[in-house]
Ligand binder design. Sequence first.
Ligand SMILES: C[S@@+](CC[C@H](N)C(=O)[O-])C[C@H]1O[C@@H](n2cnc3c(N)ncnc32)[C@H](O)[C@@H]1O
Length: 316
Amino acid sequence: MTIEITDQPLQQIERQLRQLLDTHSRITLHLLNPDYAPGTYAGEMIEVSGRHYRYRSLRTWMEFAELLECRMMLPKPIDEHRISLTLYKRENDSFHQKIVTQREEKYGNDSHFARIHKMEEAAFLHYYLQALRNVKVENRREILNLGINRGDEFKVIENMISQETFSQMHLVGIDHSKSALVKARERFSPSHVDLYAHDINDLASLKLPKADLLISIGTLQSPGINYKPFLMDLVQNHLTENAALILGFPNSRWINGEMIYGAKAPNYAMSEMSLLFNDVMFAKKYLQQKKFRVTITGKQYIFLTATKITSAINQN
Ligand SMILES: C[S@@+](CC[C@H](N)C(=O)[O-])C[C@H]1O[C@@H](n2cnc3c(N)ncnc32)[C@H](O)[C@@H]1O
């Protein structure tokens, strides 16, 4: 099925494609090559050889494909001004739907989750690096990561600072997935990186030193964690006076090889963000009361970064 796109408004195209996708798994669009008029806003009219086109960038088409639950293939040139762009209906193969028998291994080495490498997604890596720079990670000495999995978040720290500084840090990672920790142990020296297969609800029994940086991404909202009291206990009992926090909250789903924007919410077919906003705002208000400066950034993952207002580390 091929459709010619010229000056139709997006609303009309949206209606047509939604109807067609009910019965077709693949649709090809012939449209104006976005490179023909860079710097043009979506919707501006462009005339080419007497034909009128409504301009849209490649980014707009990619986003449109995602919202239509399609995978967009690499566009191919048709002639000097037009390209052909094919959309395939996305299969709903998601790790969110996988049934797991052992709760601790939902994110283990044999899970669908193990195929996901967040640090290879630009929109994740960018905001994580920004958060690490915000907290001046190179000045931190005692770093605690809850939900460390195979250790990707520590690897990024190791790669962004000198080996000497990294080896002077004491890093502690905790996860209840034993298989993920096997992977993590292969990646770090036990001389200064301690990895515990342990339930983070029971941090106290590990008798850890207080951390001056806490990192927890995609973990605090897990079932089995009572988010609000858990966060308060962390701040009150497991962090130093001048500690910083980096918390990552998923605003996306991983489906069929792609990181799809929008939080997954119980009882909704669509993505819905009330829970996400509630949890992020709770952390922000609570940490502000405790005299932290809090920033919220990110896209498919929301990063909350908190630093102590009076901290010497932050004034360097
Ligand atoms: C969504 S994954 C995130 C992993 C990693 N931080 C990342 O962003 O890729 C959540 C991690 O937290 C761990 N986890 C969840 N609940 C836990 C608990 N109560 N105790 C210890 N680990 C837990 C899971 O095993 C998993 O590795």
